[in-house]
Design a binder for this molecule. Sequence first.
Ligand SMILES: NC(=O)c1ccc[n+]([C@@H]2O[C@H](COP(=O)([O-])OP(=O)(O)OC[C@H]3O[C@@H](n4cnc5c(N)ncnc54)[C@H](OP(=O)(O)O)[C@@H]3O)[C@@H](O)[C@H]2O)c1
Length: 143
Amino acid sequence: MWPFSKKGVSGFSWSSTAEQVTHGIDASGFTAIVTGASSGIGVETTRVLALHGVHVIMAIRNIAAARDVKEAILKEIPSAKIDVMELDLSSMASVKKFASEFISSGLPLNILINNAGVMACPFMLSKDNIEQQFATNHLENST
Ligand SMILES: NC(=O)c1ccc[n+]([C@@H]2O[C@H](COP(=O)([O-])OP(=O)(O)OC[C@H]3O[C@@H](n4cnc5c(N)ncnc54)[C@H](OP(=O)(O)O)[C@@H]3O)[C@@H](O)[C@H]2O)c1
């Protein structure tokens, strides 16, 4: 048997999908911020949260890509509540602007998914002159 499909005490395995894990949950009235929601795991996280009624704020740096993702999810889930807000985690100014705009929206923050990240990228500095991977994955995500 493929070892990743062996179930743990939760009843789920490494191969369980987000839909399987959240089956039956009604999260209407909740608001979530998902960083890096324009690709990969962030897209699926956004889709499945929206499927369960969560108002999802896609916190992304590529507005065009995020709008495409939002449209695709709305096609599948017409009732999905999704907003797109710009966030570049390699810039502290962008992080502060995002936080300020989110606070001004008056929305509660029930779920925060710090998904955005980079890995093993070539050496470069962030807009604040900090090594890019450390800045993106650790500093700005925790601000
Ligand atoms: N997939 C795996 O097997 C795996 C394993 C271990 C850990 N992870 C971690 O899980 C997370 C998601 O993985 P994934 O495979 O879905 O990665 P992915 O497809 O590369 O997506 C990463 C997301 O992070 C965003 N991002 C990167 N730098 C950013 C910045 N400075 N500001 C704002 N957003 C930024 C990207 O936006 P752009 O599209 O604008 O670049 C993208 O939307 C990552 O943190 C990754 O390190 C993944």
